[in-house]
Write a protein that binds this ligand. Structure first.
Ligand SMILES: C[S@@+](CC[C@H](N)C(=O)[O-])C[C@H]1O[C@@H](n2cnc3c(N)ncnc32)[C@H](O)[C@@H]1O
Length: 229
């Protein structure tokens, strides 16, 4: 077989890239979270005959697919992004199309025809406090979970630790300290330094023992435990 280089031109390539760019992190996520871990989470659903499942923020629909494979009677999969249509194709390719229903919407703005036995969600970023994850899970628990139903995850344990991260700190503050030499931008520092940021740090940057900050229990009202934290 011979391959021929097709020069599509910059505009064509850039249009194609723009179309798929927003989904790239989701596909990364699909392969980044090991399938064994996903199957373990689905095992914790303890699905019985007749159970229904809701996945909030299904992305390409991996948990939903595995729940269907594990025997769920019905699986609802919601995502606010168009990726949900790819999830539908994936379900059809695996013969689960008739047992799965895909909804493109924010979960807080949609309804389901029934309450479900299990709600699975992987919608937080680095921290559950980012975005609206806690509010969305709380809303789903109240409106969609059947009595005695299960939430995956049920708990999030947040740990805190003091770190030494000079480079991270400099990158954060230097634009404000040095960008405009004729202006004093230092009043912005308290605001900047009291924000939340994500980063990757090594064990040797930890300068205290990790401590549990709070445990969010989604089966109670995580909203209220978050407010207490
Ligand atoms: C990190 S991805 C996870 C994708 C998928 N669950 C997986 O494990 O591969 C989070 C997805 O949740 C969606 N999302 C977050 N909050 C949502 C909400 N309240 N309703 C619908 N979709 C939501 C985002 O659009 C995004 O596609």
């Amino acid at each position: 077989m011979t391959y021929q280089w097709v020069d599509c031109g910059r505009d064509v390539v850039s249009r194609r890239y723009d179309r798929i760019a927003k989904f790239i992190p989701l596909f990364d996520w699909l392969f980044f979270v090991p399938w064994d871990l996903r199957r373990k989470a689905v095992g914790k659903m303890r699905l019985s005959r007749g159970d229904s499942v809701l996945e909030i923020g299904c992305g390409p629909g991996a948990f939903a697919l595995l729940a269907c494979q594990a025997g769920a009677r019905k699986v609802y999969a919601i995502d606010s992004e168009e990726i949900v249509h790819f999830a539908r194709e994936l379900a059809a390719a695996n013969g689960f199309g008739d047992r799965m229903q895909f909804i493109e919407s924010d979960s807080r703005k949609t309804d389901l025809p029934e309450r479900v036995n299990v709600i699975v969600s992987d919608i937080r970023g680095s921290l559950p406090f980012f975005g609206h994850a806690i509010a969305a899970i709380e809303d789903a628990r109240q409106r969609f979970l059947a009595p005695g139903g299960r939430l995956i995850p049920q708990l999030d344990t947040l740990k805190v630790v003091v770190i030494e991260a000079g480079d991270f700190y400099s990158k954060l503050v230097s634009p404000w300290l040095h960008a405009a030499s004729d202006l004093n931008l230092s009043p912005s520092l308290p605001l900047l330094l009291n924000g939340s940021y994500s980063g990757h740090f090594n064990n040797d940057q930890l300068i205290s023992e990790p401590q549990t900050w709070t445990v969010l229990d989604y089966s109670a009202s995580a909203k209220s435990s978050a407010a207490l934290a």
